[in-house]
Design a protein around this ligand. Structure first.
Ligand SMILES: [Fe+2]
Ligand SMILES: [Fe+2]
Length: 390
């Protein structure tokens, strides 16, 4: 967390926690975490100052006029349901005989026995993030001009959002069932965290603007592609090839979704380059907030920061990844090469194109400071209060 972020964090807690505000004194003093996660977990936005409907109403027409394009260029990036994998493809098969089914469960437990607790902390955090899917569909349906006006609208934007949600829905389902069968995690605490999180929502700072919204989702889908790819690699190293395949399969969905959202931003850069560039800079200035930033398990008011710190230490999702994603998108959208922008959009371009090295430098300094501190560990309710190093 950045200096000055703690007060907004406290405001969020007031909002997120059913038991009301917690005093700063009750917050665990953990400078190690605040340095480690500075660029990974952006400080939660100040929910008091949520801006709404910042896109001028006439811009809605742009999205209306892009409907034909969206049908042709975005909807084909969805996969037909009968060609999609389903969670059951990776799980013990209850239609088998009792003995065969129990054998498959036993094998699953044998495969996961060597996986370290710290890995489970990260996988559980990822699963909880996936499971708060109602929040993400809500978020996309706050975007003017692309929201699903009826719940079953035939607009290609709405079709995309519903089918995207349906694809995403398999991610949390599969991870949750797999985690349940391992016996390594406290399902009640996980389920409680999911309930708190969906109740708390999220505030990505997208202001009902599809310009901001699609920049956010481009970034976020790539972030999940990176982190699921890393949990896949680590599952393989820990001796569970099935879990590796699960995380890898989810990662490839995220990649396809990233492709769709960044294609939309690419199109916006083509039809409305100044506003699209300003939107990218705006989102980067605010920092891309992680979708689960309001996470709470009823016990640890800093559980999101603690989970993020473990993800950073294990290399599942790091400040470097954040800078890599930014650089990747700059290249994908050819932002450096854009010409003919307004003066304001040129300033935005300079800011965005110079940001990744600055993030890396800040993180290097933060890492140096963190190295000089005593390593700290924290108890995670998700793994029966076992301690994990941050
Ligand atoms: Fe997902
Ligand atoms: Fe996703």
């Amino acid at each position: 967390m950045h200096a000055g972020a703690s007060s907004s964090y406290l405001r969020n807690l007031q909002w997120a926690q059913p038991n009301g505000p917690i005093s700063p004194k009750t917050l665990p003093l953990n400078p190690y975490v605040s340095f480690r996660v500075s660029a990974v977990a952006a400080p939660p936005p100040q929910l008091k100052f949520q801006r709404t409907h910042s896109m001028p109403p006439e811009k809605v027409e742009i999205f209306k006029s892009l409907e034909g394009w969206a049908s042709k260029s975005v909807l084909p990036l969805l996969k037909p349901v009968d060609q999609c994998w389903q969670p059951q493809d990776f799980l013990p098969d209850p239609a088998k005989t009792r003995e065969e089914f129990f054998d498959q469960v036993r094998q699953l437990r044998d495969r996961t026995v060597e996986i370290p607790d710290e890995y489970f902390v990260v996988l559980v955090g990822d699963m909880i993030t996936e499971d708060a899917l109602p929040t993400y569909q809500t978020m996309i349906n706050t975007l003017d001009g692309v929201k699903d006006e009826t719940g079953a609208s035939s607009s290609p934007w709405a079709q995309w959002t519903r089918a995207w949600t349906a694809e995403e829905n398999r991610h949390g389902d599969l991870l949750r069932t797999y985690l349940y069968l391992t016996g390594r995690v406290d399902m009640t605490m996980i389920e409680r965290t999911v309930q708190y999180l969906i109740g708390a929502g999220m505030d990505p700072g997208t202001e009902n603007s599809p310009y901001l919204g699609f920049v956010y989702t481009s970034f976020q889908e790539r972030a999940t592609f990176v982190s699921h790819g890393n949990t896949a690699r680590m599952a393989k190293e820990s001796g569970d090839p099935v879990l590796a395949r699960i995380c890898g399969t989810i990662a490839s969905d995220e990649k396809r979704h990233e492709n769709a959202y960044s294609k939309i931003v690419e199109k916006l850069l083509e039809v409305d380059p100044n506003n699209a560039m300003l939107a990218i800079a705006d989102m980067m200035r605010k920092k891309i907030t992680m979708p689960a930033h309001l996470m709470y398990d009823g016990r640890d008011p800093m559980i999101f920061e603690h989970f993020s710190a473990v993800a950073q230490r294990l290399g599942v999702y790091t400040a470097d990844d954040y800078a890599d994603i930014l650089e990747f998108l700059i290249g994908r959208w050819r932002l450096e090469k854009m010409v003919g922008l307004s003066a304001e959009a040129q300033r935005a371009q300079n800011y965005v194109c110079g940001l990744a090295p600055r993030i890396r430098k800040l993180q290097e300094r933060a890492d140096d400071r963190a190295r000089k501190m005593e390593p700290q560990s924290v108890k995670f309710s998700w793994i029966f209060n076992k301690e994990v190093l941050l």
